[in-house]
Design a protein around this ligand. Structure first.
Ligand SMILES: Nc1ncnc2c1ncn2[C@@H]1O[C@H](COP(=O)(O)OP(=O)(O)OP(=O)(O)O)[C@@H](O)[C@H]1O
Length: 364
């Protein structure tokens, strides 16, 4: 286990009482505004001393309130990337990067300065001052600086929240590469499910200061009971696919376990493995194979769970030859279709509604 956290902390009117483990890979901390994400990550970083608890990183004790141990931030071997990059405005990019090495241990590291500059595409920026960088470039420098401290884990608190959609799309592939290049565990705070769906391996769902659920991302994102917590519009499963063809009409064929699906504008190469997020609201369910339908994506599926919501909606868990899918339909439709667990039916995915940002390189 990379990181193990079990802490309590009280603010006036808010109590954080959270325990979770972050294994290797990217662990996303997700929750509504005020759920306690930043408080939690600040406690891990050593920027906040919680009232009580224990935090370990690869067996190293960072905090043990019972034993009176609380390492200062610079001794924790954590790299922290904030939403606002916090670069030094008077220093060049190169000097900002070098600042990251201040507390870096001298022992050998898999990450050389050149590797980090290369991975994040920083070489053309080295002589510039932060005010001459775009938002995405600024965040790449901040990530580079954090990596140069040779951390044992990277903490990222809403690193893309200040970026517009285009910049966000530019930087996500860097984060995907970072994830695998250095084999560095990452604790990633975000309330954007599209980012988390692309990057995370493990999801920790925070609600009102406690961990509501935690586990592998695929399991949690396809759990119909979690739809209200994840947000009815954004909830959706992720599936792995292989790119098999780019057709001249702009559609790309992706092979998944249940067959082929066709999506527009996929950036990956033929043969690449990609992760696709299919939002529950973009999946329609039919009892019989639909005919004369404009959608080209029709998959045979089995109903795994039917979760009626408090309102007019229902979330349906589906199995597509081993891949979990989620559909959000009206409770009335679920009732009219007579959906029951074990029932075979068809899932219809509307190709054009799968956003570009929902398709990510899956490099692991
Ligand atoms: N220094 C503080 N003093 C008092 N209350 C605080 C302090 N810091 C945070 N809180 C409160 O603790 C709760 C959790 O805040 P926190 O910033 O951890 O949430 P969050 O999930 O990161 O939210 P967001 O997504 O909006 O950043 C909120 O109710 C907040 O008002």
């Amino acid at each position: 286990m990379s990181l193990s956290v079990n802490i309590t902390h009280h603010f006036d009117g808010f109590t954080l009482n959270a325990a979770f483990d972050a294994p290797a890979g990217v662990t996303a901390l997700f929750g509504r505004s005020g759920a306690g994400k930043t408080t939690l990550v600040n406690a891990v970083a050593g920027l906040l001393r919680p009232d009580a608890g224990r935090i370990t990183l690869k067996e190293r004790v960072l905090l043990d309130s019972a034993a009176g141990t609380c390492l200062p931030p610079h001794k924790r071997r954590l790299g922290y990337v904030f939403q606002d990059a916090r670069l030094f405005p008077h220093l060049s990019v190169a000097a900002n990067l070098d600042y990251g090495t201040r507390y870096a241990p001298s022992d050998a590291s898999a990450m050389s300065r050149d590797d980090i500059i290369d991975l994040l595409g920083l070489a053309p920026l080295l002589d510039r001052r932060p005010r001459h960088l775009s938002g995405g470039e600024t965040q790449r420098v901040a990530i580079g600086r954090a990596l140069l401290s040779r951390p044992e884990m990277l903490l990222m608190d809403e690193p893309l929240a200040a970026l517009d959609a285009t910049r966000k799309a530019d930087i996500l592939p860097y984060l995907e590469r970072l994830k695998t290049a250095f084999n560095l565990p990452i604790l990633y705070v975000s309330h954007a499910l599209d980012e988390i769906s692309r990057l995370a391996d493990t999801l920790v769902l925070l609600s009102d200061g406690t961990v509501h659920s935690a586990g592998p991302i695929r399991t949690l994102l396809s759990d119909p009971a979690l739809v209200p917590l994840l947000g009815v519009r954004e909830a959706g499963a992720v599936i792995d696919a292989i790119v098999t063809e780019h057709a001249s009409d702009g559609l790309t064929t992706l092979r998944i376990a249940a067959g082929d699906i066709y999506l527009p504008g996929v950036q990956a190469q033929v043969g690449d493995s990609v992760r696709v997020r299919i939002r529950a609201g973009d999946v329609i369910i039919a009892r019989d194979r639909p005919r004369g339908l404009s959608s080209v994506n029709i998959l045979p599926v089995t109903v795994m769970a039917v979760q009626m919501g408090d309102g007019p909606g229902a979330a349906i868990a589906l199995d597509a030859a081993g891949d979990a899918l989620l559909a959000r339909i009206t409770a009335r439709s679920a009732h009219d279709l007579g959906l029951r667990v074990g029932m075979p039916c068809f899932a219809v995915l509307k190709a054009t509604s799968v956003a570009q940002t929902s398709i990510g390189q899956h490099l692991t």
